[in-house]
Design a protein around this ligand. Structure first.
Ligand SMILES: Nc1nc2c(c(=O)[nH]1)N[C@H]1C(S)=C(S)[C@@H](COP(=O)(O)OP(=O)(O)OC[C@H]3O[C@@H](n4cnc5c(N)ncnc54)[C@H](O)[C@@H]3O)O[C@H]1N2
Ligand code: MOO
Length: 432
C-alpha cells in the first residue's frame, strides 16, 4: 500500500463504458455453473426460473368447446326452428346422435356434440315450445355461420407447441399454464445466495440513537438485501466491517465459505481509507473486471472475480453513497444475478418517456430517479425527477419507478421539457 502522501492523484482505474461493464458482467456470469433441480409444480415459488423448455402434452382445448351459453346446432338447418333434444354443460357431455332440426342446450366450456357445427347464443333465440321447466323448441333470431362460437381443438395451443422457454421466470401466468396442462414436475435453476456487506468506520447499527457525531446509520446493507429480495433473490445481510484491510480480507473470505456472490458497499473511491479494490486484487488475488464505470451515480463501482476456497466468487463492490449503491445494484448487480440464475432477459425493460422538466446534462451519462405521470393528452408517460439527484440523497430513491437514461453533455448541454428519453423500468417485475 502506498502512503497517503504518495497515493495516486489520479485513479489508476480506467472508467469503462456501460457497454463494457455489461459485457464483463455477462462474461463473469458464465463462470458460474448453474445447478438444476426437479421440483413439483405444487411446490414452485413465484419467481423461480425454468431450466427446461416445456411443451404442450395435449391440445388446448382438447375437444370442440363452446364459447357461449346457448345451443349447439347444425348450421345447414338455416333459420328453421330447432327441437331441444339434450344438454351439454361444462363437465357433462351429450353423447347421443343429433339429427337435422335438432339442437343441444350447451353452456360455455361445454363439449360441442358430434354432428353439430355451430353454437347460437341464448340471446339470439326465443322459446317456441316448452313443457313446465323443459325447453322443447327454440326459434332462431340471427344468421348462423358454420363454426361460430366454437373453439376448435388446439386452437389456443397445439400439442407439442412450446409453452415456456428455458430461462422463463415463473409468475402466476406461467404457474396457471403448467397447472392447466397437468404438468406435475419441472426443472428449475437453483437460485444463488447473495451476501451483502457494508464497509466504513463511520457505520453504526440503524437503531443507534442518538447518532454520535460523524457516525452514519448503515442503511445500505438492509436496503440492498431488501432490493434483491424484492426482485426474487435470496440475500442475507453479512454485517458491517471497518475500513481496515485485514478485516475486509477476513470478512470476504469468511463470506465466501457459504456464498459465491458478495455485494459490498463503501471504500471503493480515492479516500485514504478506501481499501476495497486493493484487498480484492492484492490480498485475495481476484481479477478486477472493472474498477470504475463512466456513469453517474456510481463512478467507482467495481467488479472482481476469482477463486476463493477453490470456488468461483464474484464481488461487486458498490460505492458507499446510498443512491449510487442502489442505482448500481439495478444496473449491474440485478443483471448479474439474473444471468447467474439462468434468467433469459437480464436487463430492465427500456421504455420511452417524455421529460416533465428541462434537465442539465453532466460529463457522465446519468441515471436519474423519476416517477411517471400518465396524462390523457400525452402518448408517452411524463417523467418527473425525484428531487435533488446528489448521490448521497437516499430520499431520491423513494417513489422512483424508472431510471432516466440521460446522455453525457458531449452533444448538448441540456434536455428541454417535453423531450423524449429512454427510461429503465425498475419496479419489481418477475417477468423480466
Ligand atoms: N477524490 C475523489 N473523491 C471521490 C471520488 C473521486 O473520483 N475522487 N468519487 C466520488 C464518488 S463518484 C463516489 S460515488 C463516492 C464513493 O465513495 P466510496 O465508495 O469510497 O464510499 P465511502 O467513502 O465509503 O462512502 C461515501 C458516503 O456514503 C456513506 N455510506 C457508506 N456506506 C454507507 C452505508 N452502508 N449506509 C449509509 N451510508 C453509507 C458514507 O458515510 C459517505 O458519506 O466517492 C466520491 N469521492
Ligand atoms: O458516481 Mo458518485 O455516485 O457521483 O457520487
Amino acid at each position: 500500500m502506498t502512503s497517503i502522501v504518495n497515493r495516486p492523484r489520479e485513479s489508476p482505474w480506467r472508467a469503462v463504458s456501460m457497454e463494457e461493464a455489461d459485457e464483463s458482467i455477462r462474461k463473469v456470469a458464465e463462470l458460474f455453473e448453474k445447478e438444476i433441480e426437479t421440483i413439483l409444480v405444487d411446490d414452485l415459488k413465484i419467481g423461480q426460473v425454468l431450466a427446461e423448455q416445456v411443451t404442450a402434452p395435449e391440445n388446448m382445448p382438447a375437444t370442440r368447446t363452446s364459447i357461449k351459453d346457448g345451443y349447439a346446432v347444425i348450421s345447414a338447418d338455416g333459420h328453421e326452428n330447432r327441437k331441444v333434444v339434450g344438454a351439454s354443460s361444462a363437465g357433462s357431455v351429450h353423447g347421443n346422435a343429433i339429427h337435422s332440426g335438432e339442437c343441444i342446450r350447451i353452456s360455455t366450456g361445454g363439449v360441442v356434440p358430434d354432428g353439430t357445427d355451430a353454437v347460437i347464443q341464448v340471446e339470439d333465440t326465443e322459446i317456441e315450445k316448452s313443457e313446465g321447466e323443459n325447453e322443447l323448441e327454440i326459434r332462431v333470431k340471427s344468421l348462423i355461420r358454420a363454426g361460430q362460437d366454437i373453439r376448435q381443438p388446439g386452437s389456443e395451443v397445439k400439442k407439442g407447441d412450446v409453452l415456456l422457454g428455458v430461462g422463463c421466470v415463473l409468475g402466476s401466468a406461467e404457474y396457471g399454464l403448467l397447472n392447466a396442462f397437468g404438468i406435475e414436475k419441472v426443472k428449475i435453476y437453483k437460485k444463488p445466495q447473495i451476501t451483502v456487506i457494508s464497509s466504513g468506520n463511520e457505520l453504526v447499527s440503524p437503531f443507534t440513537k442518538p447518532l454520535p457525531l460523524g457516525m452514519v446509520r448503515d442503511s445500505n446493507s438492509p436496503q440492498l438485501v431488501a432490493l434483491f429480495k424484492e426482485h426474487g433473490f435470496k440475500a442475507i445481510n453479512g454485517g458491517r466491517i471497518a475500513d481496515e484491510p485485514t478485516e475486509i480480507e477476513k470478512k470476504l473470505k469468511k463470506c465466501a465459505e457459504t456464498t459465491q456472490i458478495i455485494v459490498t458497499s463503501g471504500g471503493v473511491s480515492m479516500g485514504e481509507k478506501d481499501y476495497m479494490k486493493h484487498v480484492l486484487q492484492e490480498k485475495i488475488g481476484m481479477k478486477i473486471a472493472f474498477g470504475r464505470v463512466w456513469m453517474k451515480p456510481g463512478l467507482p463501482c467495481t467488479m472482481a472475480h476469482g477463486l476463493i476456497h477453490g470456488k468461483p466468487v464474484v464481488v461487486i463492490a458498490l460505492p458507499g453513497n446510498p443512491a449510487s449503491a442502489w442505482v448500481c445494484s439495478h444496473l449491474f448487480v440485478l443483471p448479474l444475478l439474473r444471468a447467474i440464475s439462468g434468467v433469459s432477459r437480464i436487463y430492465a425493460q427500456k421504455i420511452h418517456v417524455k421529460l416533465g422538466a428541462a434537465l442539465k446534462l453532466g460529463p457522465r451519462p446519468e441515471y436519474c430517479r423519476a416517477w411517471l405521470e400518465h396524462s390523457e393528452d400525452e402518448r408517452l408517460p411524463i417523467a418527473h425527477v425525484t428531487g435533488n439527484q446528489i448521490s448521497s440523497r437516499l430520499a431520491s430513491l423513494v417513489g422512483a419507478q424508472v431510471l432516466l437514461v440521460l446522455p453525457s453533455n458531449e452533444q448538448k448541454k441540456n434536455l428541454e421539457i417535453g423531450e423524449n428519453v429512454f427510461a429503465l423500468a425498475i419496479t419489481p417485475n418477475f417477468s423480466v
